[in-house]
Design a protein. Structure first.
Length: 251
């Protein structure tokens, strides 16, 4: 069963960049499964996926609307879901595979797409060395329990009291709903002042394992919507991220 790496934190803190960079650094430990559980779908451009992929939410919407091929019209609902997930929603690449929750294009909660993602992840994860999961912002999604077992949890922090206070809330929530996290690491994002890093330990009782630097090349690539494969190996972001992953024993 693949070791699970999950990245959480406030909106805009850099979760998708962290996870996308980690995916490229782990290419020699493939096969990898990358899961975008954030409806914003930031990872697909970061990873450079050009296929006309559908998300889990789009698959469900098409089934509900009857927008499926004649070949599977007579399939049962579970058969339709399994078929379309495999053929339309699962990207299979050279060193990683990818699946995305996506935006729900109909009224109602995310319960069904989340349950399908949880079930799909449970079936697929045994085929991979690592499973990397990008989570939505905030804490409410934790209750969805997409996975009950996490090997490496990375909490990204921005320089705000809310971010620091969120660490204790997250730890309590994980304990209360019984999600097992074997290793938890705090990572300061590039906006966190170097002289204020001490506040992380003071406010959370945990030290930051590292700080991601501001990287103009990364900023440009993100703005242009290019894949992280365009990043040079001398990228300050990649160098710092590699050091963080080495400290954790992932690399």
């Amino acid at each position: 069963m693949g070791k699970k790496i999950v990245c959480v934190g406030r909106g805009g803190v850099g979760k998708s960049s962290f996870l996308g960079g980690a995916a490229f650094l782990l290419h020699n430990k493939s096969p990898l499964l990358i899961v975008d559980a954030d409806p914003d779908e930031s990872l697909i451009s970061i990873l450079g996926i050009k296929d006309n992929l559908k998300t889990i939410s789009e698959v469900l919407f098409n089934i509900k609307e009857g927008s499926v091929s004649q070949d599977i019209k007579n399939f049962s609902l579970p058969e339709k879901i399994d078929y379309l997930l495999q053929h339309d929603a699962l990207y299979e690449g050279d060193f990683f595979d990818f699946i995305s929750l996506g935006i729900k294009w109909s009224e109602g909660c995310y319960c069904q797409p989340n349950n399908i993602l949880k079930g799909t992840l449970g079936r697929l994860e045994k085929n991979y060395n690592f499973v990397l999961l990008d989570s939505p912002a905030g804490l409410e999604h934790i209750n969805r329990r997409i996975t009950n077992d996490v090997d490496y949890l990375f909490i990204l922090l921005d320089p705000s009291q809310k971010s620091l206070q969120g660490v204790a809330k997250l730890e309590k929530l994980l304990k209360d709903i019984k999600i097992n996290c074997r290793n938890t690491f705090l990572v300061a994002n590039f906006r966190f002042p170097e002289e204020s890093l001490r506040l992380i330990k003071e406010k959370t009782s945990l030290e930051a394992i590292g700080k991601l630097p501001h990287d103009k090349e990364l900023e440009k690539i993100n703005l242009e919507g290019k894949s992280f494969s365009h990043l040079d190996k001398s990228s300050p972001f990649l160098i710092s991220l590699k050091e963080i992953l080495e400290k954790t024993g992932i690399l």
